[in-house]
Design a protein. Structure first.
Length: 222
């Protein structure tokens, strides 16, 4: 979905090629269909996690909103035989508790806005396609493991984390754990590339030998 990916970055996971973690992206075929509505400003950000979620969830969709010349498609947000839920913590949102989930008898379209709080709030309020769709929110949980952008509140989650926890509540704890593992790999390798953590602190997947050799070569030439 990216408009442009720099040549030195992997076209799959979008990190610098020696740090590629495409082999860590699971292929999860779930009954729940995730539809990510990404703000166009997120398209150029390498720290965006929604694209990873879309690549890991086989039946998911990623749509872009906010482009002046290309309005977002709204088909299949609501469709016969499926329950549509909007993952957005508004004042009217219902928590994804076991009791709430137990009363859902059909497969789910989980619609997930992706962008800053201001962008998603404006979009949810004004998008006609979202009118009438039930709002749901996550139950309180562990602090975010996403360390690539500053967060005002440790309870704020990145999009991949929010989707993972929602999937865990709606359908599969195993799928949740696989998505959370993917996030940790992305975060560790990105922080290592920034020089924020050492290779010994990359507990989830380690750092590829090619990346380590390239780093040593750069140091010799400085």
């Amino acid at each position: 979905m990216r408009l442009f990916i720099a040549p030195h970055r992997c076209p799959g996971c979008e990190i610098r090629k020696p740090l590629c973690f495409c082999s860590w992206i699971p292929q999860l075929a779930l009954q729940t269909r995730v539809i990510v509505l990404m703000h166009t400003n997120e398209e150029v950000l390498t720290t965006n996690t929604a694209r990873l979620a879309a690549k890991a969830l086989v039946h998911s969709e990623l749509r872009i909103h906010g482009r002046k010349d290309a309005p977002m498609q709204s088909h299949r947000l609501v469709e016969p035989g499926r329950t549509s839920l909007l993952l957005y913590p508004s004042p009217i949102a219902v928590e994804l508790t076991p009791d709430f989930v137990s009363h859902i008898s059909s497969p789910i379209n989980l619609i997930v806005p992706d962008g800053s709080w201001r962008q998603t709030t404006k979009f949810v309020r004004h998008a006609p396609a979202l009118a009438g769709i039930k709002h749901v929110k996550l139950m309180p949980g562990l602090p975010s493991e996403y360390r690539l952008r500053l967060q005002r509140d440790e309870q704020n989650l990145c999009t991949l984390e929010a989707i993972a926890r929602a999937i865990g509540a709606l359908e599969s704890l195993e799928a949740q754990r696989a998505l959370e593992k993917l996030l940790r790999v992305m975060v560790e390798r990105t922080l290592w590339s920034r020089g924020t953590i050492t290779a010994s602190q990359c507990f989830e997947s380690g750092i590829p030998a090619e990346a380590m050799l390239g780093c040593k070569s750069q140091l010799k030439n400085t």
